[in-house]
Design a protein around this ligand. Structure first.
Ligand code: ZN
Length: 390
């Protein structure tokens, strides 16, 4: 027997497991009158569309076919990093309608950054000719720990601690707003899009900072205060007196992050200012940059070995501005993990670069928004947004 709630019926049709009224009755075991009532509500709300005589024939007149109306609304997705932002508008089929990226300084604080995000969303909505009233959810990824829609003491985001990010965006667009630690969203996006059958996956982001998103049993592991996967602040196996943004010394992040590589290259007399500069240098085949990136990968890999022993993933995916652009870095991560973790833990473990490139963050954030909107438990909220009481 299937979940016969409104949300359950909508999901059946959306996933293609029921095409006609009879299918819905067969799969759910609900009476004809209950099915008619449920479908009536969903059709009135515009969540379903009906095509007469488009269903499969069983001898007589062909029945009407029911399909999910993917154009009924949109979601807004913003992936904010330390130095850049990527914004997109998605329809409910998960198709990106428009996307843009721009430089950004998260350290400028929440007011200017969120003002900018809101203005850009307005502009993108206008470009795809959709109304603010079409927005069914907003999701935003931030480069730090998040809990209940607010950042929690994020080391590289001065001024953002406990800022009501979700409340502000929700009020502005009149729809639910979800705030997620960026690397959690990346892990979810990578999993749903590329590895839905891999139950245990760790996504590692190497950008200005370092973090991991952990999928266990197909779902995101958040941990206390959303801090699960905060691997950048594990103490590195190599000695270092360098002070970390977290206040400790010798963290993995001070040896292996994009900003660590900027510092190391700078000390060697190379003129680099940003993680993007380092990534470009490594890609150009520069000997010193390549060596440092590989070494950074090894340090990170050694720290990941502990994660591997605890979580037992079958796949580690590396991404982020630095990780995505740098095969030597991924090779270093692979070496570090295989050297430091037990043979038993790594026997079936693969370490790969992301297939989504620099889009992984925004794809992940959009996934967060879409899963929220389409969750059967949230269908009442969806109907209310369409002006219909369930
Ligand atoms: Zn630290």
């Amino acid at each position: 027997m299937h979940d016969g709630s409104l949300g359950g019926v909508l999901r059946l049709i959306r996933e293609g497991r029921a095409l006609t009224r009879t299918d819905v009755m067969d799969v759910t075991g609900l009476s004809r009158s209950t099915v008619m009532q449920r479908l009536g509500v969903l059709l009135d709300a515009g969540l379903l569309v009906e095509q007469p005589e488009a269903g499969p024939s069983s001898g007589g007149r062909r029945p009407a076919a029911l399909t999910f109306n993917e154009r009924v609304g949109i979601v807004l997705a913003a992936d904010l990093g330390a130095e850049h932002g990527r914004l997109a508008v998605y329809d409910l089929a998960g198709v990106v309608l428009i996307e843009e990226q721009a430089p950004l300084r998260i350290a400028d604080g929440p007011e200017p950054v969120l003002d900018w995000v809101e203005r850009r969303f307005d502009a993108l909505l206008a470009e795809v000719k959709r109304e603010p009233g079409d927005v069914l959810a907003i999701a935003i990824g931030l480069p730090g720990p998040v809990e209940d829609g607010r950042p929690v003491k994020p080391p590289i985001m001065p001024g953002w601690d406990d800022h009501p990010v979700a409340e502000r965006l929700s009020e502005r667009f009149g729809a639910p707003a979800l705030v997620e630690r960026d690397v959690n969203a990346m892990a979810l996006g990578e999993h749903r899009h590329n590895w839905p059958d891999v139950a245990n996956l760790v996504f590692v982001k190497i950008a200005t900072g370092i973090g991991a998103g952990i999928i266990t049993g197909g779902e995101l592991m958040r941990g206390h205060h959303g801090r699960a996967g905060d691997i950048g602040h594990i103490r590195a196996y190599r000695e270092s007196d360098e002070l970390c943004t977290c206040g400790n010394r010798g963290c993995v992040a001070v040896l292996a992050s994009g900003s660590a590589l900027v510092r190391q290259l700078h000390e060697a007399g190379v003129d680099v200012a940003t993680t993007a500069d380092v990534a470009a240098l490594v890609q150009s085949g520069d000997t010193l940059a390549t060596h440092l990136a590989r070494e950074a990968g090894r340090v990170l890999g050694a720290a990941l070995a502990a994660v591997v022993s605890v979580v037992a993933p079958s796949l580690i995916v590396v991404g982020g501005e630095m990780g995505d652009a740098s095969e030597p870095m991924i090779a270093g991560v692979r070496e570090g993990v295989y050297q430091q973790a037990s043979t038993l833990a790594t026997r079936h473990l693969r370490v790969l670069g992301t297939r989504l490139g620099q889009r992984v963050g925004v794809v992940g954030v959009a996934t967060v928004a879409l899963e929220h909107v389409l969750d059967p438990a949230n269908v009442d909220a969806l109907l209310a947004r369409r002006g219909i009481a369930a």
